[in-house]
Design a protein around this ligand. Structure first.
Ligand code: B12
Ligand code: SF4
Length: 480
């Protein structure tokens, strides 16, 4: 006996394709709760999908349509590409073509749920974890009642100011990765996501993750993580990107998950990649990662300047970057450092310090983000506004006009480097091929994965692993 019908829609059509892990988890919980479910994946649809979606809506006649919104923009200063227009178009089209209510969710949506719900025109939204909220919402709607944020944690309704983020214990909910076509996504995207926990307790002034995921860490048991990897292996995927904000925060949880993966003898069957904090990280964790099939780590380094790191409220130092690189090198793990250029207080001197440190540490790759995407309700936003905000010309790209809760991309660049910082940066880097540059064209050294057709071509030829690893060494990525 089902209690309601829901049609789930994946809207992330960015290439290379990424399998919709969030929707997989929501769908698993809905199915286990007894919902009747249909899935329409726009990422895998060719032209003429409107007619097919219309047919699906007419035949299935859902009570609720669930839309996942992963990226609201590409977070990339030079392009400033927003994805909200097509989603707004889609919700309007759905309203015209179906009487079903529409609920929006996803990590992108959860960055600014109130303003996004209003702009995109959904009936409801879910801020944070979707497993429980989606089932409860469907139950209420199928009974013809009006849901309230008081009875469903995470629920957002238009105009409401008083709502909370849903933060559940993920292990309480059934999960299976069979909703999406994982083997097709693996062929098209070269890697599949897995998650070991949710939330981040960091206080970094610019970051959207605490807004979308919250600061409370919700761990999954090491057994559940390893079970999911085995399920994905059975579906044909073997290269995985860990989808935690930072895998090694907290350290002990990461260590336990890695020990369980190693205990199951998966080391030589899988390739793991993930985002890590430079601290806490040591030789022991590098060894555990290697023993669990870890191949590469992307560290959120941000800067090589102690002063800039302090302004950003990172809790690592340039020495930690050196230690982390050393531990990885000893273990034989590939290293990428992610940098953020243009933070408050950034000068030519701090940029030079950062690039000098990178050249000294010789990581395998360095990803450069130029300009900081500013999100509402972050400390960075408060700092910029306190200094005069838009009237003082402090935003380097984007506008605050008609931009509620900064849902459209807007960027900050420190005043001193605004004029010619990019040129200065390019000159410092020279022809060093290890750097992914803030560039406009989609060549091998462009650090925007959005629509990176060069990367997609390599994946098509057989390259597997993290995008940076594939771009770093296309030949070995294909031979792996
Ligand atoms: C891992 C990761 C990557 C990996 C992905 C690997 C993989 N195979 O999945 C890589 C490195 C490839 C990557 C690339 C990019 N990423 Co990324 N990535 C992440 C990260 C860390 C995890 C995303 C994730 O999968 N989470 C785990 C899942 C389970 O959580 P979830 O999606 O939120 O789903 C839950 C809820 O949201 C909700 N939910 C989800 N859908 C729905 C639907 C309904 C109806 C409901 C009710 C609820 C619901 O329930 C789910 C379960 O609780 C996030 C930050 C973060 N901490 O989430 C950034 C993040 C999503 N990425 C971001 C960006 C910008 C990108 C790129 C565009 C960068 C670029 N320019 O190249 C690309 C886009 C790639 C693509 N094709 O989409 C931004 C998006 C911000 C924005 N402004 O839109 C984020 C938020 C990081 C950040 N703080 O800036 N990324
Ligand atoms: S930058 Fe990393 S450590 Fe800092 S809040 Fe964001 S996810 Fe957490």
């Amino acid at each position: 006996m089902t209690f309601g019908k829901i049609l789930l829609l994946n809207t992330n059509r960015m290439r290379p394709r990424i399998s919709p892990i969030g929707l997989d988890y929501v769908a698993s919980a809905l199915t286990a709760a007894g919902a009747e479910l249909k899935f329409f994946d726009l990422a895998l649809e060719a032209g003429g999908w409107q007619a097919r979606l219309k047919k699906s809506l007419d035949q299935f006649s859902p009570d609720l349509i669930g839309i996942t919104l992963r990226n609201i923009d590409d977070c990339y200063f030079l392009s400033g590409q927003s994805f909200l227009g097509p989603i707004q178009w889609l919700t309007r089209w759905l309203k015209k073509n179906s009487p079903a209510k529409i609920v929006l969710g996803g990590v992108g949506f959860s960055i600014a749920p109130g303003a996004l719900l209003e702009y995109l025109g959904g009936d409801y939204g879910v801020w944070g974890d979707g497993e429980q909220a989606a089932s409860e919402l469907l139950r209420v709607i199928a009974k013809g009642r009006a849901p309230s944020p008081k009875e469903i944690p995470g629920l957002v309704i238009p105009g409401a100011k008083d709502f909370t983020r849903a933060e559940i214990n993920p292990d309480r909910f059934f999960r299976s990765r069979k909703l999406s076509d994982q083997s097709r996504y693996f062929r098209m995207g070269g890697q599949i996501g897995i998650e070991t926990k949710r939330g981040c307790d960091g206080r970094c002034i610019y970051c959207a993750d605490p807004l979308a995921k919250g600061g409370k860490i919700r761990r999954r048991s090491p057994e559940a993580v390893a079970d999911e990897i085995e399920e994905l292996l059975s579906l044909g995927a073997w290269a995985f990107h860990i989808c935690d904000s930072e895998f090694n925060r907290p350290y002990q949880h990461a260590a336990s998950a890695l020990k369980e993966i190693a205990r199951r003898g998966l080391k030589n069957k899988i390739a793991l990649y993930g985002y890590f904090s430079p601290r806490p990280f040591d030789q022991e964790l590098a060894k555990l990662y290697l023993e669990a099939g870890g191949k590469g780590i992307c560290f959120g380094a941000d800067s090589g300047s102690e002063r800039v790191l302090q302004t950003l409220r990172r809790d690592h130092s340039p020495e930690d970057l050196e230690r982390a690189a050393g531990a990885c090198r000893k273990a034989g793990i590939k290293v990428m450092y992610d940098l953020l250029i243009g933070a408050p207080g950034e000068t030519r001197k701090t940029i030079a310090e950062t690039i000098r440190l990178m050249k000294k540490l010789k990581p395998d790759r360095v990803g450069l983000s130029y300009g900081l995407r500013v999100y509402a309700h972050t400390e960075l936003h408060r700092m910029i506004e306190d200094q005069g905000g838009a009237p003082a010309g402090l935003y380097a790209r984007g506008t605050t006009i008609n931009n509620p809760e900064l849902i459209f991309p807007i960027f900050y660049l420190a005043p001193e480097i605004k004029k010619d910082g990019l040129e200065y940066l390019h000159n410092l880097i020279g022809k060093d091929p290890r750097f992914f540059l803030p560039a406009r064209t989609p060549h091998q050294q462009n650090y925007n994965y959005s629509g990176n057709l060069f990367l997609e071509k390599l994946i098509k030829k057989g390259a597997r692993g993290a995008f940076w690893k594939i771009l770093m060494d296309p030949k070995s990525a294909i031979d792996l």
